[in-house]
Write a protein that binds this ligand. Structure first.
Ligand SMILES: [Zn+2]
Ligand SMILES: [Zn+2]
Length: 538
């Protein structure tokens, strides 16, 4: 069988793996790339398959970096099933709708800019309507159930303990007369995380896809982290100041509410206003409350005892922008939890603008901050950051609390890996920044002597096939490329051509530069190449 790495390799976003067995093709995750123009261009890029040729998508969890391109795939003709747990579907309903809305807004904003500069209009990646249509293709599966998807192909979802509904996926395939097993870790949670259960173990497997977000780091213990948060809040209360927590709407926000709630319930903190300033986080919290069967024992016990683990006495949900703005007029000390978690978009930017320059304010970073994001710059000690076209000084106390992470650290990953019994296990280390995946890969080789590979984007591999067959199959593809590939290439060429035309127009309007002899030479070369290509095509 064949595998192609379509995302989430040497980066943390865009998770997607294409698997092929005979005429059957399917994806594990179909995530969106996030973090910078170059990476995000991949969201529109050619795909090595036609959407309608895919039989199904196995979805590990609802985060957009795993699910975000599903509506685009449906728009392009995918008609198979998206298989995931019930809580994942519930969360996808709100998260994908939110994503569709963002796509529409961004395209609108971009088109206003395009109009002003005389460029062509572009389409959103997908719309809210595309999202609604795509949700019809979801089909839920329970944890631990083994289901058969085709002849010689079975799967099982197990709890990954990362966010509500998250799963690791085991896939059994009949290959060369025997049964082989693939395991996708998905995003792995850390043990002891509140609300969700600890990750399940897997003991058998031939090939493993292992996430590595924190593959080279160790988190502080949960207890220590909670103590740190307690101290920060106490200090803020003492100085009548605010604590601003950028948090992902799903899981991080609920964890923080739970933790602050526990501190208040146990009498360590007085009641203090906690603002949940993210409409998405508010909907996500409702979904948590609807899925108590996914909770860990501690949270279930609280519920049984009549407590409300996902609430605090003075919780204030702010839906509208007016309500959001009013938060900063409230002079009482308080806690503001807002998205996005990497400070790049959403209402958190307003709160940062309001608080970063205030010496008495506290900014508490609890989640992963991707390369190139505002959050990463703050964590790395920037003296100022640009927000809404204004340079804002960073004077507030900045705290990074790794212990709230929804991802296992290096120790957690290695402990989970230690359960595998097959010494021949092959591991693809994915879902991590390049350097981090490389480091984890080395540590695994040293400690376990497993074969590890850090794949490249768009790299292809043949699994379980002797080298001879691999070469002949590759050759066959050279002689007879699949038909989908040609139509993909045409549409890619079409887009490149349009882009080139636009650039060309812009260049022409700048006239002056054409007097540059070097520029002239370049243009002549391009011209010649185009003529050559044209004659070749005729
Ligand atoms: Zn995730
Ligand atoms: Zn992820």
């Amino acid at each position: 069988m064949k595998v192609e790495f379509l995302g989430g390799v040497r980066t943390v976003t865009g998770s997607a793996t294409l698997l092929e067995k005979g005429s059957l093709r399917w994806l594990v995750d179909c995530g969106m790339f996030q973090g910078g123009k170059e990476l995000e261009e991949r969201n529109r890029n050619i795909r090595p398959y036609r959407a309608k040729d895919l039989s199904f998508i196995l979805l590990t969890h609802a985060h957009i970096d795993h699910s975000g391109l599903i509506p685009k795939l449906v728009k392009e003709g995918f008609r198979g099933k998206v298989i995931c747990t019930k809580a994942t579907l519930d969360l996808c309903e709100v998260m994908l709708r939110d994503s569709g809305h963002i796509q529409e807004m961004e395209a609108e904003w971009q088109n206003r800019k395009n109009k002003r500069s005389g460029r062509d209009e572009g389409l959103p990646l997908y719309t809210v309507e595309d999202v609604e249509r795509s949700l019809r293709y979801f089909q839920t599966v329970g944890y631990d159930e083994i289901i058969s998807l085709a002849d010689g192909l079975k799967v099982r979802f197990q709890d990954a303990g990362h966010i509500l509904g998250s799963a690791m996926i085991e896939i059994w395939v009949e290959e060369g007369g025997g049964e082989r097993k693939l395991v996708f870790s998905g995003d792995l949670g850390s043990s002891g995380q509140p609300i969700v259960r600890d990750p399940s173990w897997v003991e058998e497997g031939d090939v493993l896809w292992l996430e590595s977000t924190y593959g080279n780091r160790l988190h502080k213990s949960r207890e220590e982290t909670v103590q740190e948060l307690l101290k920060i809040i106490q200090e803020a209360i003492h100085h009548q100041a605010k604590v601003v927590i950028p948090a992902f709407a799903v899981e991080r926000t609920q964890d923080i509410i739970y933790t602050i709630g526990q501190l208040i319930r146990k009498g360590f903190l007085p009641s203090i206003p906690v603002y949940i300033d993210s409409p998405l986080a508010i909907s996500a919290t409702e979904i948590f409350k609807r899925n108590p069967d996914c909770f860990d024992q501690e949270t279930k016990d609280l519920l049984l005892g009549g407590e409300k683990p996902l609430e605090v006495p003075e919780i204030i949900y702010t839906q509208t922008t007016e309500e959001s703005k009013a938060i900063n007029e409230d002079s009482r000390p308080g806690i503001i939890i807002s998205a996005s978690g990497m400070c790049d978009s959403g209402r958190i930017k307003h709160h940062l603008k309001h608080h970063l320059w205030r010496e008495e304010s506290h900014i508490v970073i609890i989640g992963y901050q991707g390369e190139g994001t505002i959050g990463r710059r703050i964590v790395d000690g920037a003296k100022s950051v640009r927000l809404f076209g204004e340079e804002i000084a960073v004077k507030a106390h900045i705290h990074t609390l790794g212990g709230f992470s929804a991802h296992a650290d290096q120790k957690g990953l290695l402990e989970w890996l230690a359960h595998f019994k097959n010494p021949q296990l092959e591991i693809f280390v994915n879902h991590g920044e390049e350097k981090v995946s490389m480091e984890l890969s080395q540590v695994i080789q040293q400690q376990f002597h497993f074969k590890t590979i850090v794949p490249q984007w768009r790299e292809k591999k043949f699994l379980f096939a002797p080298e001879k067959e691999v070469i002949s199959e590759e050759k066959a593809e050279e002689v007879m490329p699949p038909e989908g590939k040609i139509s993909d290439l045409f549409s890619h060429l079409d887009r490149s051509y349009k882009r080139l035309r636009r650039k060309w127009k812009r260049e022409r309007s700048k006239g002056k530069e054409f007097h540059d002899p070097q520029r002239l030479r370049q243009l002549e070369e391009i011209n010649q190449k185009i003529e050559e290509l044209e004659s070749e095509l005729e």
